[in-house]
Design a protein around this ligand. Sequence first.
Ligand SMILES: [Zn+2]
Length: 145
Amino acid sequence: MGELVSKLARTKSGKVISEEQYIQYVLARIQQKTINDDECWRYTGKKVGKGYGCITYKDVTIRLNRFIAYAFHGMDLESELQANHTQDCKFKDCWRPTHLYVGTQKENVKDQIETGNFHFGSDNLNKPSKYTVHMREQEAAKEVK
Ligand SMILES: [Zn+2]
């Protein structure tokens, strides 16, 4: 169990509750900010980076996906692993537990390449030529095998 998880869980009013109760408490707040979109459960609260949901867990801002992987898939919140979206899921802000799996960044990149959602670098930078992208994808595909 990581440091973050072993911290005392408190409600907004300061009442100390068990970890299980706290998970339910956080989930209830997440549900209030969720809309159903087809099969996906999209978070309408605060977003970071390229549109990933983020929440406050014991006074620390963490990615929503990590919290869901912790609550539903038993991932350690301080793990180097991450919560990746399955290839069927279309939205970065979706947190439906069955649309997330605990995996590595490599697996994440592999999924993105296979679904055509992989983009190198920032959109603000000059885009590499199609040939460069093709070669890089070949390289990335080799790496993730
Ligand atoms: Zn989804």
